[in-house]
Design a protein around this ligand. Structure first.
Ligand code: SAM
Length: 207
């Protein structure tokens, strides 16, 4: 059984994270529903309000079992949604939902040679696992079409310790900030997170 505490304090290296989510995969959707995980719905609402055109090609990084893909599919019925994650077991579950055109088992800090460029990229519930922001944002920049969007959520406790404002500032040559949400609950019905650990949802646009 997975250790809930390490969701806050850190799971470990890439192979620990992979195993953690592989082991959790079958129960992930039910657990997150029990904890009232709202980030996918909230992020989709932000996209609907702030992006007027429909993105043709979307890449859902760290897609997990497809909770955000499901929301994307509701608002962008005709888009091609690609997904990737390091957990093969999560990908297997995502595949069964028939949302994604293409799913890859991939670390989001490894550049993959997609033959297309994307209009929208997402990273919901997984910025916690980023080891190298420069690398990640440079890959996002490479994957995106000009004027393409990147939406992500990030925990406010980590935002502070990582001086994430400064990280966003350094990106200003390549991305402009379209929207940063006020703090919102992340896992309000999980006893460790409750209203103690909140997130922001951020929408960037490639210049
Ligand atoms: C909290 S889940 C979020 C999943 C999904 N986006 C959602 O909102 O339900 C975090 C996901 O990040 C994935 N992950 C963690 N580190 C990763 C990495 N370096 N590359 C790709 N996926 C990663 C995990 O396997 C897991 O599926």
């Amino acid at each position: 059984m997975f250790n809930q505490k390490s969701l806050i304090s850190g799971i470990g290296n890439l192979s620990n994270i992979k195993k953690y989510y592989d082991d959790w995969s079958v129960k992930y959707d039910v657990t997150l529903n029990n904890w009232n995980y709202q980030a996918p719905k909230k992020s989709a609402r932000i996209l609907k309000q702030r992006i007027l055109s429909h993105p043709k090609n979307i890449l859902d990084l760290a897609c997990g079992t497809g909770l955000f893909g499901h929301e994307l599919n509701k608002i962008y019925k005709n888009s091609n949604i690609y997904g990737s994650d390091i957990s093969y077991q999560c990908i297997k579950i995502a595949k069964e939902k028939n949302i994604y055109k293409n799913l890859k088992k991939l670390d989001f800090e490894t550049k993959y040679d997609y033959k297309i460029r994307f209009d929208l990229i997402s990273l919901i519930g997984a910025m916690t696992y980023c080891r190298n922001f420069n690398k990640l944002f440079s890959i996002i920049n490479y994957y995106l079409n000009k004027k393409g969007f990147f939406i992500f959520s990030h925990r406010i406790d980590l935002w502070k310790t990582q001086d994430f404002d400064n990280i966003l500032k350094k990106l200003s040559n390549n991305f402009k900030i379209n929207y940063i949400s006020t703090p919102c609950n992340y896992l309000p019905l999980n006893n460790d997170f409750k209203d103690k650990i909140k997130i922001r949802i951020v929408l960037l646009q490639k210049c």
